[in-house]
Design a binder for this molecule. Structure first.
Ligand SMILES: Cc1cc2nc3c(=O)[nH]c(=O)nc-3n(C[C@H](O)[C@H](O)[C@H](O)COP(=O)(O)OP(=O)(O)OC[C@H]3O[C@@H](n4cnc5c(N)ncnc54)[C@H](O)[C@@H]3O)c2cc1C
Length: 428
């Protein structure tokens, strides 16, 4: 027997549950737009938790300390870059609204400032980013002040080595040392950040860890840990460990999938339905169609088919990793509507000869075209449909990995797409 589809009706449907999709849902509910979101598992759990705007410009040497100045330069050199279609005021407001929302939900972030923060990577190299989780903020401060600090790693934890962090930062942070501990209750075999984070939600585990930390911290006034400070209340877990150790504590992101990304995903999945979003997680939209009355998303879950009827749609399906774009021998395709993809002329042009070419590879700038209202365009340069908008790294003319601008593109373009969708829904 074929199951009858379940129907949902909404003003706005967001397709995608990466940073762009979740940011779009947040901006939409803040504007009182009735919203449904469908998203398959994607890149969110891989992110470090840092929210980059522009961290690098113009090749290997171009580390960016002032992203707003870099944005002004980008407008001169790459006017088609998606960030150049968003005013600096809107970008600032978008970051502030996004981080305020996270803070109100119990995951505090630093506010977007006038300059980038020099943040630590999992291996102790440095990167420039705009906003960091509050749990990570003390690290850059302690490094700038050369405060005595111990990086603690754990027996059995792969992909995070205190010795490596210290080796990479020694010149810059001479007062940095490292010690290795056994995580409470996990003294055998491999240990995993996600499991450690959930264990630290329990007060008794925190007390045991604090005791162990006090045993190795010596004269250090600051302790750096891999990102394991709880899954749902990291600010509370950090505050408790600081109280118990009498020292300042900070986290460093670990290799993906990392706890800060999983935290974001779990927070969105918990909070957005409470705020009225119809969230259908872990599912893939298989067809999207438009008619005079609106748009219809088709998908299925384990109970059978689902149809979501919407007045407007935001496509935030990402690039290759998340499946928004697919690479085929004949070329790169947008998988849902077969929207035209701006891409190198042929497969031989996807990559440059040298993998480490500082200019990057042309395939990483592939994506769909939008007009100034963030509506995707057809091959003829017309709007695909008045009801369709797009946001995030599916957009062409940017290499977010090279530019260190993943979250920035996602948040800024979602802000604009929602603004335009709201205008459409209000009949203006
Ligand atoms: C290893 C790694 C580290 C990163 N570190 C950082 C960092 O330090 N700082 C930073 O700013 N950014 C970082 N990012 C980038 C960031 O996580 C996002 O990838 C980026 O912001 C793009 O977001 P997006 O929402 O446009 O796309 P994605 O994150 O790719 O999300 C697209 C979403 O669409 C979904 N989807 C695709 N097709 C469908 C469909 N048919 N139906 C339903 N859903 C669909 C996918 O499942 C996915 O959920 C990192 C990414 C990775 C992979």
């Amino acid at each position: 027997m074929t199951a009858e589809p379940r129907h949902f009706t909404t003003q706005l449907a967001v397709i995608g549950s990466g940073i762009a999709g979740f940011a779009a849902a947040i901006f939409a509910i803040n504007r009182k737009i009735v919203t449904a979101q469908v998203g398959n598992t994607g890149a969110l759990a891989y992110t470090t938790g840092y929210l980059d705007l522009i961290g690098k410009l113009g090749g290997a040497a171009g580390l960016v300390t002032d992203p707003w100045q870099a944005l002004a330069s980008l407008r001169e050199t790459e006017p088609k870059h998606p960030l150049c279609r968003v005013s600096a005021d809107d970008i600032q407001q978008a970051f502030a609204e996004f981080t305020d929302f996270l803070g109100a939900c119990g995951l505090a972030y630093s506010a977007p400032g006038a300059s980038n923060i020099t943040a630590l990577t999992p291996v102790g190299t440095l990167k420039q980013t705009l906003c960091v989780p509050a749990t990570m903020a003390a690290g850059p401060r302690a490094m700038a002040a050369n405060t005595p600090c111990v990086i603690v790693d754990f027996r059995g934890l792969k992909g995070f080595s205190g010795a490596e962090v210290v080796a990479n930062l020694r010149d810059r942070w001479p007062q940095l040392t490292t010690r290795r501990l056994v995580f409470p209750g996990m003294d055998r075999g491999e240990v995993y950040p996600e499991v450690m984070a959930r264990a630290l939600e329990v007060p008794a585990t925190r007390e045991q860890l604090a005791e162990a930390l006090n045993g190795v911290a010596g004269a250090a006034r600051v302790i750096g840990l891999p990102a394991i400070l709880g899954m749902h209340r990291p600010d509370h877990v950090r505050a408790e460990l600081e109280r118990l150790t009498g020292r300042e504590i900070f986290e460093i992101p670990t290799m993906p999938p990392s706890v800060p990304g999983i935290r974001l995903r779990e927070l969105f999945q918990q909070v957005l339905p409470q705020r009225g979003v119809t969230l259908i997680p872990q599912q893939r939209v298989t067809a999207l169609s438009f008619d005079g009355d609106g748009a219809t998303l088709a998908l299925s879950d384990s109970y059978g088919p689902i149809r979501v009827h919407a007045q407007a749609v935001i496509l935030a399906t990402g690039r290759f990793l998340s499946g928004g774009l697919e690479a085929h021998p004949a070329g790169i395709r947008e998988h849902l509507l077969d929207l035209p993809v701006t891409q190198p002329a042929g497969r031989a042009d996807w990559y440059r000869d040298r993998y480490t070419d500082p200019r990057g590879h042309p395939i990483h700038r592939a994506g769909i075209e939008v007009d100034d209202s963030f509506r995707p365009l057809t091959r003829e340069g017309r709007r695909y449909h008045d009801r369709l908008f797009a946001a995030g790294v599916i957009l062409a003319h940017q290499d977010w990995i090279r530019g260190r601008s993943g979250a920035g593109i996602a948040i800024a373009t979602s802000f604009r797409a929602v603004t335009e969708a709201k205008r459409f829904l209000s009949g203006r």
